[in-house]
Design a protein around this ligand. Structure first.
Ligand code: MG
Ligand code: ZN
Length: 193
């Protein structure tokens, strides 16, 4: 038993941490959802790794630069810090098979629902997979959870309510739990330990 091994919560970004606005191609479009600082603070205090896993194909599509993505990550981390919370990492996929930016045009293995971002996390952290979870607002996040062998929690923020109504019924990948928002999802996780 490795005592350093920590459980992780893999958290989608757009629609789960910040308001779903389509592509976040400007800082002004990044707006934290209610309760996010509180949710992350709970994870921080309980020694869970809080790791963002986000598809950012807007980079590949030429809608915004990778520098802007990194600036938004810094901005997000600043807002969280003000709320006395932090993320352990923000892992992202900038690729897309139909990219206009050649460097990012590929069939990668890190675009969710593929699980490359999980492997990236496992290479960086000592993660207790038996106690880890995925949280997101879309069915592809639940498919990602399934690929990772982890329970998925679907939030009703972002695309959540619409996906629950129109996409989930046809999907093979069912959430272990549906939660109102990130905070409710985290509270459910912590109630199960
Ligand atoms: Mg999302
Ligand atoms: Zn990728």
């Amino acid at each position: 038993m490795n005592e350093n091994r920590r459980p992780a919560v893999f958290i989608d970004r757009d629609g789960t941490i910040n308001e779903e606005m389509g592509y976040i191609n400007h800082l002004s479009r990044f707006i934290l959802l209610d309760g996010v600082c509180e949710a992350l603070r709970l994870l921080n205090k309980k020694n869970y790794l809080a790791i963002v896993v986000t598809n950012q194909s807007g980079v590949a599509r030429g809608y915004f630069s990778i520098e802007l993505f990194h600036r938004i990550t810094e901005y997000m981390n600043g807002l969280l810090k003000k709320g006395d919370a932090y993320l352990d990492a923000t892992l992202f996929c900038p690729h897309h098979p139909d990219a206009v930016i050649p460097a990012y045009k590929m069939q990668c293995d890190c675009r969710k629902p593929k699980t490359g971002l999980l492997r990236e996390a496992l290479a960086r952290f000592d993660i207790d997979m038996d106690r880890s979870y995925v949280i997101g607002d879309r069915c592809i996040d639940m498919e990602f959870a399934s690929g990772c062998g982890l329970p998925g929690i679907m939030v009703e923020t972002g695309y959540g309510l619409g996906e629950l109504e129109y996409v989930l019924p046809k999907s093979r990948y069912k959430p272990a739990m549906v939660a109102r928002d990130l905070k409710a999802a985290v509270e459910w996780i912590l109630s199960r330990q």
